[in-house]
Design a protein around this ligand. Structure first.
Ligand code: FAD
Length: 303
């Protein structure tokens, strides 16, 4: 990227951003999360989401984290929620508890079994069948008088391991929209065309809700490659090449990661994309530098 492209980007409207975090396991991770939340707040994200561990394993920590964001920060939290390992009543109780804690936005997912992605998803006896069933269940449930959650869902610009083909995938995404989803967030990807081709398919299939690209900020390339293999996201050869030999140079990897993410967002922005969801891995610096390079200016915040 050159100064010209940064200047050109800064002349276009600043993007809308959102950030994803995971609930911390230890005191040290917790301190790091809250430091990251505080540093990212001035970027005025549309929302910040908190994941729900495989098999619902982080239920209490997710709840504690979103409740603290709702109560102690000016940010709008979105709580991820899955169908795994729980009855419908239990899942809806978790949603109700989120609502009571001040959370107004859910990311509704089928989820993976505790063994992780790749393991076969089994519907819990008495549980939701899939993400469409979950969205429908949330929409039909009387959480509180006048309560309406904003609902985001996942989508896959490269086929998910359980995909049965594009036609079914797009029809399934449309079914999520018809069940009441307000927005889809994509799995991470590295080539703009992966997203743009998917967007075209989705629009042709009647999906009209916003489809926000999910941008991965993972400077550990080996970790990234492992993650991509599990979720079946393709890693282009040029990405292997730019990280090659940087194993012992974390600073270089950080700079590469911010550049790669910024260029991807800029190319998407040239095609009219103005919303980006960043997978932060609970680290602020990469998200801040990427947002700044995209022309976002920090705003004064009041808690
Ligand atoms: P879905 O989109 O519901 O389905 C996955 C695939 O199977 C799609 O290809 C879909 O077309 C197909 N499929 C599923 N059911 C049917 C059906 N009935 N008919 C036809 N096709 C069907 N996991 C967690 O455990 N916790 C999280 O917090 C979490 N957050 C995530 C956030 C985002 C933005 C993304 C992209 C993924 C997230 N995941 C999370 C991972 C997700 O749980 C896994 O990918 C899981 O395997 C699928 O759940 P889903 O809701 O994304 O799947």
């Amino acid at each position: 990227m050159n100064t010209l492209s940064v200047a050109a980007q800064q002349a276009s409207p600043a993007p809308n951003v959102s950030f994803e975090f995971f609930p911390p396991k230890t005191d040290k991770m917790e301190a790091k999360l809250w430091e990251s939340v505080a540093r990212l707040s001035p970027m005025a994200p549309k929302f910040v989401s908190v994941t729900y561990g495989a098999g619902g394993s982080t239920r209490d920590r997710t709840q504690k984290t979103v409740a603290k964001i709702a109560q102690d920060t000016p940010l709008a939290p979105a709580a991820h929620l899955t169908c795994v390992g729980a009855t419908k009543e239990e899942v809806l109780q978790v949603a109700t508890d989120f609502w009571k804690a001040g959370v107004r936005h859910l990311v509704a997912l089928r989820g993976d079994p505790p063994e992780g992605m790749g393991a076969r998803f089994e519907q819990h006896p008495g549980g939701f069948r899939d993400s469409v069933d979950l969205i429908q269940g949330i929409r039909d449930y009387d959480i509180a008088p006048g309560a309406r959650f904003e609902i985001s869902v996942s989508c896959y610009p490269e086929p998910h391991p359980d995909s049965q083909g594009w036609d079914q995938d797009i029809a399934f995404l449309k079914a999520k929209q018809d069940a009441g989803a307000d927005r889809a967030i994509t799995q991470f990807f590295f080539e703009p065309d992966v997203y743009l081709n998917f967007l075209e398919r989705a629009r042709a299939g009647g999906v009209t809700m916003p489809i926000v690209p999910g941008i991965m900020l993972q400077p550990n390339f080996n970790g990234l490659a492992r993650m991509a293999k599990v979720v079946q996201a393709s890693v282009p050869q040029w990405l292997h090449d730019v990280y090659e030999g940087t194993e012992d140079d974390p600073e270089a990897r950080e700079l590469i990661t911010a550049n790669v993410a910024t260029e991807l967002c800029q190319k998407l922005s040239e095609q009219g994309v103005n919303d980006f969801h960043f997978y932060t891995l609970n680290r602020a610096s990469l998200a801040i530098s990427t947002c700044r390079l995209l022309g976002l200016k920090p705003k004064a915040i009041s808690a």
